[in-house]
Ligand binder design. Structure first.
Ligand SMILES: Nc1nc2c(ncn2[C@@H]2O[C@H](COP(=O)(O)OP(=O)(O)OP(=O)(O)O)[C@@H](O)[C@H]2O)c(=O)[nH]1
Ligand SMILES: [Mg+2]
Length: 455
């Protein structure tokens, strides 16, 4: 274990602004100096809330509230922790922090409390990330999944995989160390079957991690199409609100309009864009708008290509479809079925999904919503869904490809045991990075700097 830093940090742990209660938190060794200097009482019992005054430098009472003291290692950070629950005003809390700084504490950096918890083995890295994700969760489903990661469910599954890998590595290393035994060892443990079983497990976790990432980050959905097909009307319908201006004039939307909506607990960041038409027909503002349309399409997870069903798919629509990146998931939305008198429906044609609806009447919108999630790769929420980050998905993918490469090494004649062992080692390293067993300081800095101060 790395040695934790030995200074005392302080921060306001509650959000800035006014509130009924505001909490100042201190963590570090020997907090008795601070207890004596800040509290209007002599003794504090661990884990016992006491009502007391909080003192300023001149001994005057700044505020009064509840103080809570935790001894090391039975605290959030694993160090001594003192929590001062005062009145939630910026001036009051600021004065208490100021007093703590006078007594030698240092203002905490973002995420520093949680970083210390990690360094003191109170949390592993995936759990520490889950703390930030729980705070940032935008939907109840995301919060629930973050809590599951925080409680260590995701980490436990990753650790179980690492343990199985370590076992297999031990057999492999033993075989390498005693070549006279030939490959009996490794055959006896059915190494090939074990690798396949591990691959299946990694695949299953990867699938859930991808879902977890989607739950955490939401999906970028871009509305794209020719002018007047009803993109802004569709955005308003999806948002159940009048977010974008709708008129019968072609070229109404100039700038990209962003709106976050939620479908089945998944956050969708929907971008309505300027209708695409020949640059020659557009003025300067519209030209800039159209450029933004393509920029939005370049970063989206899914494109809704809107066409006017009363007109059908035109050459202009075809051009837009052809210009979208080949790997961009897309749904062709046939709007205005109230005019074309077509039934609302979902159809799969030539590898493309078509949804028929009316932004005006709302018919077919529910089908579009579920189709968006489906096309984006979302599967129904599993009961043990945890939250995950891109970092975790990439690590699982790396482990998957190393394990896939490992299997065939055993099939060579003679089996390439050294290479087999090396692939297993790399797979283990990738998985261990998820829980932070071998993680560089750079990565830790990067992860914790995105926390809020006081967490
Ligand atoms: N009948 C009918 N009219 C619709 C429907 N959806 C949109 N419209 C009408 O079509 C016209 C254009 O709608 P918008 O939502 O502004 O179209 P847009 O694609 O955003 O257009 P630009 O911003 O100019 O690119 C408006 O007059 C809408 O009322 C629909 O489902 N049915
Ligand atoms: Mg518009």
């Amino acid at each position: 274990m790395r040695n934790p830093p030995a200074d005392v940090i302080v921060a306001i742990a509650t959000p800035p602004g006014r509130g009924g209660i505001g909490v100042v938190r201190l963590s570090g060794p020997n907090l008795s100096t601070w207890m004596r200097g800040v509290l209007a009482r002599d003794r504090m019992e661990p884990r016992r809330a006491v009502h007391t005054g909080f003192l300023g430098s001149d001994g005057a009472v700044l505020d009064d509230g509840i103080a809570l003291y935790f001894t090391a290692p039975r605290s959030y950070t694993g160090e001594e922790v003192l929590e001062l629950h005062g009145h939630g005003g910026p001036a009051v809390l600021g004065s208490i922090v100021q007093r703590c700084v006078e007594l030698g504490a240092r203002l905490a950096e973002p995420g520093e409390f949680t970083r210390r918890a990690f360094l003191n083995d109170k949390l592993d890295l995936a759990q520490a990330e889950a703390v930030a994700d729980l705070i940032d969760a935008g939907t109840a489903a995301a919060a629930k999944a973050a809590m599951r990661s925080l409680s260590g469910e995701f980490s436990r599954e990753v650790r179980a995989l690492v343990d199985a890998l370590v076992q297999l590595r031990m057999y492999t290393e033993a075989t390498l160390d005693f070549p006279e035994e030939d490959v009996e060892f490794i055959e006896a443990v059915k190494a090939r079957d074990q690798v396949d079983a591990l691959l299946a497990r990694v695949g299953a976790i990867l699938q859930r991690a991808r879902q977890g990432q989607m739950l955490r980050e939401g999906l970028q959905v871009v509305l794209i199409g020719q002018p007047n097909v009803g993109k802004s009307s569709l955005l308003n319908r999806l948002a159940r609100d009048d977010v974008a201006i709708v008129t019968a004039i072609a070229g109404t939307t100039r700038d990209a309009v962003r709106q976050q909506i939620e479908i089945a607990g998944i956050a969708l960041h929907v971008i309505d864009t300027a209708g695409v038409r020949e640059f020659a027909a557009a003025d300067e503002v519209e030209r800039l708008g159209i450029a933004r349309t393509w920029a939005a399409a370049a970063t989206a997870d899914c494109a809704l290509v809107v066409v006017d069903d009363a007109v059908g798919i035109t050459a202009g629509d075809q051009k837009i479809l052809a210009r979208l990146a080949a790997d961009l998931r897309r749904i062709v939305v046939h709007n205005k079925i109230d005019v074309s008198a077509a039934p609302a429906r979902v159809e799969a044609r030539e590898g493309e999904t078509h949804v028929y609806l009316s932004a005006r009447t709302g018919e077919g919108i529910a089908q579009l919503e579920s189709t968006i999630l489906e096309v984006a790769g979302w599967q129904a929420m599993v009961p043990d869904q945890f939250l995950a980050r891109e970092r975790h998905v990439l690590a699982l993918q790396a482990a998957q490809s190393q394990l896939s490469a490992a299997g065939p090494m055993l099939e060579r004649s003679p089996p390439a045991l050294e290479l087999f062992a090396e692939e297993l080692r790399l797979a283990q390293a990738a998985l261990s990075a998820i829980t932070g067993e071998f993680t560089s300081d750079d990565l830790l800095g990067e992860i914790f700097s995105r926390f809020c101060i006081g967490k």
